[in-house]
Design a protein around this ligand. Structure first.
Ligand code: 5GP
Ligand code: ZN
Length: 161
């Protein structure tokens, strides 16, 4: 776990979302304020697929300051019923891919709001069919480990703090 970092230039030197945020590319914005912006995904799962994005460049979940993270989820919560109405879809996936191993392609943190339709072909396959199901002792052990970190002020930082 590492502490939240200040916003920084993208490690690759270029970020498509930073470009969009500073007006250097075509984008369809449905919400904006001083901290967050939300726009339509260019390659949507379904119509109404929205990305909620911090204006500052933070790459992954661990980099996001607590107040910014909370704000992004507040914006997401505000948008969800409107997205549902606009898309004519009550079912939704709220997805964050944080880190390359988790499938993040654009390394500027964002929350996907994905309206879902029966038979749309998209899938978040949970429960995971390849799971090695842990026994109760292993589940309890992991729960205790996480719980003890929550009680330890030294490990409380960032979104988790
Ligand atoms: P990730 O895989 O990083 O979680 O998702 C990145 C998302 O950004 C994808 O759904 C992709 O379609 C979307 N995206 C990539 N480039 C652009 C762009 O230039 N404009 C918009 N609006 N969305 C983009
Ligand atoms: Zn960026």
């Amino acid at each position: 776990m590492h502490a939240p970092t200040a916003p920084r230039a993208p490690s690759s030197g270029h970020c498509i979302f930073c470009d969009l945020i500073r007006g250097a590319g075509e984008v369809s914005i449905c919400y904006e304020d001083s901290v967050a912006i939300a726009f339509l995904d260019i390659q949507p799962v379904n119509p109404g697929h929205v990305l909620v994005v911090p204006r500052e460049h933070y790459e992954v979940l661990q980099d996001i300051p607590k107040d910014v993270g909370a704000h992004l989820y507040m914006v997401a919560a505000k948008l969800i019923p409107r997205v549902q109405t606009a898309a004519g879809a009550t079912d939704m996936n709220i997805v964050v891919n944080s880190g390359a191993a988790a499938g993040q392609n654009v390394m500027h943190y964002h929350i996907h709001l994905i309206p879902r339709r029966e038979g749309d072909g998209f899938d978040v396959p949970l429960p995971f069919p390849g799971s090695q199901m842990p026994n109760r002792q292993q589940l309890d052990g992991m729960a205790a480990r996480i719980g003890s970190m929550l009680r330890d002020p030294l490990t409380n930082s960032g979104m988790q703090g």
